[in-house]
Design a protein around this ligand. Structure first.
Ligand SMILES: [Zn+2]
Ligand SMILES: [Zn+2]
Length: 276
């Protein structure tokens, strides 16, 4: 029996990773594959914020982007790490069929979760376990927020010492005003939403990502089907492609289109009422 090679672990291991860490690794990989990575992506678009310390922030728009950077960089770290480890496991055990170079981070995590026993006999197994268990924990931290409430940025109201309030603002979807729990100041929900929307205008996303994320900022639902129709009709033009070849669209373009359509529909309703 050796010592487990996961940093700081003194449990005995048959090869390089103890039983406990094998179990933890399997759970971490399955969770990443099942929903953690998806949630991370949604969170980054919702601009939700964890309790992570982001330092002194004076404007909510800035803080929204800062959070976006945190979630994005964690998503990148996860993708790079899973890709590198899948390559290493495959190099060590070439008889396993690699999921392919186009596999998503979720697919890679799912693939790795099938081979925890094999990973535990690799000299680098402890390092892999350490890194993946840490990753899953970090992703959970970032997405752990009140899902029913919309994140509306950081309060930023100046106190008596002219210091901006650092409390996060969350409001249920149907509220017009939200009161800060820290300093008690009142904020207009629509106005906060507009600030966040301005902050993400130049961001890009796939049809699915935008349809899932924008309702929180716009305050009204958007169906994936309508967005796809606008793309087919050429009303919404792609602004790039992601690494999987999916078209990416500008938040600003989609928001402008949604607002134009809603205004036109409302205009029609008014006319009908007037003529009747
Ligand atoms: Zn261990
Ligand atoms: Zn406040």
């Amino acid at each position: 029996m050796n010592d487990c090679t996961v940093d700081g672990c003194i449990r005995p291991a048959e090869d390089f990773v103890c039983r406990t860490h094998q179990d933890e690794l399997r759970v971490a990989l399955r969770d990443l594959a099942d929903d953690l990575l998806t949630e991370l992506n949604v969170t980054r678009w919702r601009l939700s914020r964890s309790t992570a310390n982001t330092g002194t922030v004076s404007r909510s728009a800035t803080s929204a982007l800062m959070f976006h950077a945190t979630a994005s960089s964690l998503a990148d770290t996860a993708a790079n790490s899973l890709r590198a480890w899948a390559r290493e496991v495959h190099a060590d055990q070439p008889e396993l069929r690699h999921p392919g170079s186009a596999a998503t981070p979720r697919e890679l995590a799912g693939w790795l979760s099938l081979f925890v026993g094999r990973i535990s006999v690799m000299p680098d197994g402890g390092q892999l376990a350490d890194e993946v268990i840490w990753l899953a924990k970090e992703v959970r931290k970032v997405i752990d927020t009140q899902p029913m409430n919309r994140f509306l940025g950081i309060c930023s109201t100046l106190n008596d010492d002219r210091e901006p309030c650092e409390a996060d603002l969350y409001a249920p979807p149907d509220k017009a005003f939200v009161q800060c729990r820290e300093c008690g100041s009142l904020h207009d929900v629509e106005e906060r939403r507009r600030i966040l929307l301005n902050a993400v205008g130049s961001q890009k996303g796939t049809v699915t990502e935008l349809a899932r994320a924008l309702p929180d900022l716009l305050g009204r639902p958007i169906s994936v089907e309508s967005v796809k129709t606008w793309v087919r009709k050429g009303q919404l033009i792609p602004a790039g492609r992601n690494e999987r070849g999916h078209s990416l669209f500008l938040v600003d373009d989609l928001v402008a289109l949604v607002i134009t359509k809603q205004t036109r529909r409302r205009g029609k309703v008014t006319l009908t009422v007037v003529s009747a």
